[in-house]
Design a protein around this ligand. Structure first.
Ligand code: PLP
Length: 368
């Protein structure tokens, strides 16, 4: 099977798995006082320092390790949604771990507003600018869209916001950005930034959250006071160590030729959502008159794994994000392919030919 569904998750790399197994020997509780436990604690601190350096974090900021990006995103909302007389602006294309919370807070009576998207699924900065006023307390805009690959210029966005409204708290979900676009937390001046290990060939069940001002953060998980009192729960030493290894081994591969080869070989009546302002490893296309699910199964029979849009939207009746940017007749035919290091340029050409053939066969079949 050739895997073209790497935005939903990735296979743990050998080096990350080796690290995981090695660090599993430090199974002692890091809060204990004897030497092997202290060694485990030190491994976590080394990882934290590595994350701070790699992402060019601000002085006095920190990273906390969590169980997932979903937890990190929930922790941010839990800390920031404090006043019903304030406005909370959320990108319309956010991952469900943001969107579902936004809907929940809206139901609880908070003033939540959604920022419209442009045609490639990125937030519309001009619309965002119009939505800003003295009442806005919080803005959450993802760095890279998991659905379309659109890149939001978070540095530009935070500059635009903070120049006029310095007290607005800015969060960015950077899960799909790691290894794909430059991340400079100091320069982007965001207050919170979310990442996840399993999207970069690390283990599942490990996430992290950058917190620019730890003394302003209200923890989501209360208990034993681990993670500097910011996230209780016994630390996942192997997971954290393997997350660090995954980060160290990111290849920063350029997928522009892969994308080109794929698009050059794609035929039929489709809309390309992922334009040239998107990352090159995620391509969202919508075919007219076909059903994405059927194409996914036809491709699986030919040895290719692809998606019908992001996996968190794959069970929904209609795609909440694409329905904002693609004409109705193209929506059922949504397909998402996403590359990792294992796929070659030739694989991308072949995949496009197979998708073109499958969509053509589908249309001929329903005409009969
Ligand atoms: N945010 C984005 C943009 C994602 O793509 C994902 C993964 O699907 C998540 C958050 C959730 O990540 P996790 O599986 O670590 O909770």
């Amino acid at each position: 099977m050739k895997n073209f569904d790497n935005a939903s998750t990735t296979k743990i790399s050998k080096s990350a798995l080796d690290s995981y197994n090695w660090a599993s020997e430090f199974f002692y509780n890091p809060s204990s006082l004897y030497a092997p436990a202290v060694k485990g604690k030190n491994l976590i601190e080394e990882a934290r320092q590595y994350f701070l350096k790699t992402f060019k974090a601000k002085l006095n900021s920190t990273f906390i390790f969590t169980s997932s990006a979903t937890e990190s995103n929930n922790a941010v909302f839990n800390s920031c949604f404090t006043r019903k007389d304030k406005t909370y602006l959320i990108g319309s294309g956010e991952h469900s771990s943001i969107y579902e919370q936004a809907k929940n807070y809206l139901q609880l009576g908070y003033d939540v507003k959604f920022i419209p998207l442009t045609d490639n699924g990125g937030v519309d900065i001009l619309e965002l600018e119009k939505m800003l006023n003295d009442k806005v307390a919080f803005v959450s805009v993802m760095h890279v869209s998991n659905e379309t690959g659109a890149i939001n210029d978070i540095t530009k966005i935070s500059k635009m916001i903070k120049t006029k409204y310095p007290n607005v708290i800015i969060h960015s979900d950077g899960v799909q950005a790691v290894g794909k676009v430059e991340i400079n937390l100091k320069e982007s001046n965001v207050d919170y930034y979310t990442i996840s290990a399993h999207k970069i060939n690390g283990p599942k069940g490990v996430g992290a959250l950058y917190i620019a001002n730890p003394n302003k953060f209200k923890p989501l998980l209360l208990g034993g006071g681990q993670e500097m009192n910011l996230r209780s729960g016994t630390e996942n030493i192997p997971g954290i160590v393997a997350f660090k290894t995954a980060l160290e081994n990111i290849q920063h591969k350029d997928f522009s030729q892969h994308k080109q080869a794929f698009l050059n070989n794609l035929t039929g009546d489709f809309k390309l959502v992922s334009d040239d302002k998107c990352v090159n490893n995620i391509i969202s296309i919508c075919y007219k008159s076909v059903r994405g699910e059927t194409i996914v199964h036809m491709l699986e029979d030919k040895g290719y794994l692809i998606g019908t849009g992001s996996s968190c939207n794959s069970k929904a009746k209609s795609n909440r994000i694409l329905s904002q940017i693609v004409q109705k007749e193209y929506l059922p035919g949504a397909i998402r392919v996403s590359f990792d290091e294992s796929v070659t340029i030739e694989d991308c050409s072949e995949l496009a030919k197979e998708i073109s053939l499958a969509t053509q066969q589908y249309i001929e079949r329903i005409k009969r």
